[in-house]
Design a protein around this ligand. Sequence first.
Ligand SMILES: Nc1ncnc2c1ncn2[C@@H]1O[C@H](COP(=O)(O)OP(=O)(O)OP(=O)(O)O)[C@@H](O)[C@H]1O
Ligand SMILES: [Mg+2]
Length: 216
Amino acid sequence: MQQKLIYQGAEAIILQKGNEVIKQRIKKSYRLPEIDEKLRKLRTRSEAKLLEKASKVIPVPKVIKVDEKTKEIVMEFIDGKKLSDNLDNFSLKKQKQICLEIGKETAKLHDIGIIHGDLTTSNMILVNLNGDKKSTNRDRSKFKIFFIDFGLGFNRNKIEDKAVDLHLLKQALEAKHFQNWQELFNSILQGYSESKNFKETFERLKKVELRGRYKH
Ligand SMILES: Nc1ncnc2c1ncn2[C@@H]1O[C@H](COP(=O)(O)OP(=O)(O)OP(=O)(O)O)[C@@H](O)[C@H]1O
Ligand SMILES: [Mg+2]
């Protein structure tokens, strides 16, 4: 089957082959070859492990194969809409429903001790579940939000890391979806309130934000 390049990033390329994608960590010539080899191997392994762990609580692409030699993860292709390009096109009501779901999923991820590390709408794919394209009420259609790209993720159960993850998400909304970002972030927090550490994390988030502000 033919492979199609669907994304070329700084660290990785993404190829699509039917209903699979291959995430390949590319060589970086500015690193010493031995270090580059080790780093790419570690990151490939770490991302695959996090995907597998996360799959127990939220929608993520299924890992099909990990190849530490070629630094590749073969995973399920998620046929949906990347949120960074599509969120703004939905009604505000639907945008809030989506953000509520993002908050719930982030809470589930944090509750099993995973920090995503790059929570932005570029790393989320929306999939409609009823396949009802003619639906007259799009607001009511069911959907799933897949989280992808655990390349910067790690296992840790610290409130600080959870608060920083939320802070990054807030900044991403502010930058990319600035029209309604405040309302949208409130929906995220509403969803996130299901986390067992909601109160502490929310309090810490306020501190993280103050810290950020004094830096400038
Ligand atoms: N399983 C998947 N199904 C569908 N599309 C995917 C999948 N994995 C990745 N993509 C697409 O490829 C893009 C890049 O993937 P990913 O976010 O994992 O790489 P990246 O780590 O951000 O790369 P870089 O950091 O080098 O920019 C995604 O934004 C998405 O559009
Ligand atoms: Mg990404």
